[in-house]
Design a protein around this ligand. Structure first.
Ligand code: ASP
Ligand code: MG
Length: 419
């Protein structure tokens, strides 16, 4: 949809932009961005600009909260109101900078922008956006600068959406205003076929599908997955681009005409810091796996790849991966659970997941074979394998991610643009 121009019948397209904390880290950067925003507004679009807190100021506010709280964890309600101030600093400064550049602008807190959430402090979900105020301001020709990452609960308390939540604010406003596009500006300039630090021939993608982007979240732009899911559900195209470099970014969308997707494999995702836990010689009977994984889930350990061997003489081995951060806790808990049930529990750190990702793989055989052959030729041992509709993942020794990424990037010819 579009906003009114004040002249009956005339409308302007709506663009929502978001600038991350590193892009607005000081006054000079805010002024530079304000000029870019004004130039864009002059092209005849209505603009809503979502901003994050300056630099690391959210971390600094958390440190302050902890410092005054001593042994008591800070109250979630107070912490949310405190953290919301980081984004208010940026939104008000940005509105001033835009006004100083010569374009009318108004800053709006999440609450003033009509963002209503549930009551989950620290990771609130957006329930509804009452966008009338925003529409009124846009109709009057103002650029709206909205403080990201915050909303208001039914209790009239300020809530925050979880770390990195400003992306979600931006896409949600894009949905509510039926914006033509949501643009996320950050310190990386787009989504790459794989990590360019490991593979020099990695290529920036012009476009990528929402599902693929979710699988590739470990690459390049660290976009909040909630914002990508939101974009996918409501079909809002999201452009990820560099704040300060004027180069084309990557468009995340769900359109049928996906040039890059004609090639079956879009990218190689790399997930470092993976650990595995192996339970040896556990009894192979109904309920055993549940006995292991239910308590792990209850303890908040998220288990990823799971492999169970074929049973031999009524006994089986179960191996699963967890993130490095959960490893010690998960290993101790698994040992406790299995003390009577299994012969032995062993753990290993230092693994990585290498995945080939692509919507096009759904329709053809042979991708797994090509992947395994490429890894074997590079001398990389595969420890575990798992697949989804649009992804094939191998768990390998983290020491070999460089060789593995290059081998897969070459095998699927990702250095060359699709047809
Ligand atoms: N300032 C918040 C954070 O650092 C939200 C954001 O940056 O998106 O997590
Ligand atoms: Mg931040």
């Amino acid at each position: 949809m579009a906003s009114n121009t004040g002249n009956p019948g005339e409308t302007r397209p709506i663009i929502v932009q978001k600038y991350g904390g590193s892009s607005v880290a000081d006054a000079e950067k805010i002024s530079t961005i304000a000029r870019k925003i004004c130039d864009r507004a002059e092209t005849g679009v209505s603009m809503v600009v979502v901003v994050s807190a300056m630099g690391d100021s959210t971390d600094e506010l958390i440190d302050l909260a902890n410092a005054v709280s001593g042994d008591h964890p800070p109250a979630a309600r107070e912490l949310d109101t405190l953290l919301s101030t980081g984004e208010l600093v940026t939104s008000t400064l940005m509105a001033m900078a835009i006004t100083a550049t010569g374009h009318p602008a108004v800053s709006l807190s999440g609450q003033q922008a009509g963002i209503r959430t549930d009551k989950t402090h620290g990771s609130a979900r957006i329930a509804d956006i009452r966008a009338d105020r925003l529409r009124r301001e846009l109709d009057q020709g103002r650029i709206c600068v909205v403080a990201g990452f915050q909303g208001l609960s039914d209790n009239d308390d300020v809530t925050t959406l979880g770390r990195g939540g400003s992306d979600t604010t931006a896409v949600a406003l894009g949905v509510a205003l039926k914006a033509d596009q949501c643009e996320i500006y950050t310190d990386v300039d787009g989504i790459y076929t794989t990590d360019p630090r490991l593979v020099p021939t990695a290529r920036k993608l012009a476009e990528i599908g929402y599902d693929e982007m979710l699988e590739m979240a470990s690459l390049g732009a660290k976009m909040n997955p909630r914002s990508i899911e939101l974009g996918a559900v409501y079909d809002v195209p999201i452009l990820v681009a560099s704040t300060f470099e004027d180069v084309p970014g990557t468009l995340i969308h769900g359109g049928d005409y996906m040039m890059e997707v004609r090639r079956a494999v879009t990218g190689v995702a790399i997930d470092r810091d993976v650990s595995k836990i192996t339970v040896r010689a556990v009894e192979d009977r109904p309920g055993v796996v549940g006995q292991i994984f239910v308590p792990l889930a209850e303890a908040g350990v998220s288990v990823d790849v799971i492999v169970q061997n074929a049973s031999l003489e009524g006994l089986t081995d179960v191996t699963f991966t967890v993130s490095g951060g959960d490893f010690e806790r998960a290993l101790a808990l698994t040992k406790e659970i299995c003390s009577e049930m299994a012969q032995d529990v062993a753990g290993n750190r230092g693994l990585a997941k290498m995945s080939i990702v692509g919507t096009g793989m759904q329709n053809g055989p042979g991708y797994a074979a090509t992947m395994f052959a490429a890894l074997s030729k590079a001398g990389v041992n595969i420890e575990m394998i798992t697949t989804s509709e649009i992804r094939i993942t191998c768990v390998i020794d983290a020491e070999h991610i460089g060789e593995a990424a290059n081998a897969l990037h070459n095998a699927f010819e990702l250095d060359q643009a699709g047809d």
